[in-house]
Design a protein around this ligand. Structure first.
Ligand SMILES: [Fe+2]
Length: 290
């Protein structure tokens, strides 16, 4: 059994695993240790490692499949990159508001990972918040107002708050789903404050002003600055995180700035029709808000 040396990135969530190469063959006990750390700390960081697409995909599925060895089911047909330099890069410029990827899907990604394959400095950080802690620490009056209500989550543009430099992406037929605000985490059973700035349109059955008022109060709690973790990217960083328990955002990226290319692997993949897919700048469809 490997003894994993860890360092807390915040008191509540995020652990760096120090001096351990996760692509090495893993024994059952080490796998269990990593899964437990993933479920309790929600984000694992490995620095200065060399990771292939396949190795990244195996680690992602291993972390959410109790008692099973690695598989490569997370791996799509081709590699995908968040990048301001590659022609087919995802989210190639602009700022991203807080969100969980595919929160608009019936079964959103449980695990999301990014590997710094080309990172110049300074690189815009990715910022994380903990939506489980946010639910657990909600003031009682806010919890009463939110509990049991449902919200509409959409992949289409929801414009609210500070929109400066936010990347706006067009989707022909944006997929949507309705979820409870107090959402039950599929693996841990914990309650999650399951709303986000970028994708939560409104509270179902509530007048628009009341809906926005409730969401604004909940966002102020969820996104309070002292609960945030900034990850400052270096090449060779591997960050794997619970995409339901945590939300992420990023600062502004510009096309002619330093390279920021992060290989992305997520699991499980929702099935989408081509007209439900976001269209990125490579197709000339994305733009930055003024
Ligand atoms: Fe994202």
């Amino acid at each position: 059994m490997t003894h994993l040396k860890t360092r807390d990135l915040t008191p509540g969530f995020g652990s760096e695993i120090i001096g351990f190469d996760p692509k090495a063959p893993l024994d059952d006990e080490t796998r269990e240790q990593l899964r437990d750390l993933f479920d309790t700390r929600r984000l694992l960081l490995f620095r200065n490692i060399d990771l292939s697409h396949e190795e990244q995909a195996r680690l992602c599925t291993m972390l959410i499949r109790k008692g099973e060895a690695e598989t490569i089911e997370a791996m799509g047909s081709k590699e995908s990159f968040i990048s301001n330099k590659l022609d087919d890069g995802i989210a190639p410029f602009g700022r991203l508001q807080f969100h969980g990827d595919t929160m608009w899907a019936e079964n959103p990604y449980q695990v999301l990972s990014l590997y710094g394959s080309e990172v110049g400095q300074p690189a815009a950080p990715t910022t994380f918040v903990d939506a489980v802690a946010a639910w657990n620490t909600l003031p009682a009056d806010l919890r009463r107002r939110a509990e049991g209500h449902e919200v509409l989550q959409t992949a289409g543009a929801v414009r609210r708050g500070d929109m400066s430099s936010v990347l706006i992406t067009e989707v022909e037929n944006p997929p949507t789903t309705v979820t409870r605000i107090d959402y039950t985490h599929p693996r841990t059973g914990e309650s999650v404050l399951h709303i986000c700035e970028q994708m939560t349109k409104n509270v179902i059955g509530m007048p628009e002003a009341d809906s926005e008022d409730l969401l604004t109060s909940l966002f102020a709690h969820l996104y309070k600055p002292d609960g945030q973790l900034d990850h400052n990217w270096r090449e060779g960083d591997f960050v794997v995180f619970d995409n339901i328990a945590l939300q992420h955002s990023r600062g502004r990226v510009v096309k002619d700035g330093p390279a920021r290319t992060l290989r992305k692997v997520a699991s499980p993949m929702p099935k989408l029709r081509p007209d439900q897919m976001p269209r990125w700048a490579a197709e000339g469809k994305a733009k930055e808000a003024a």
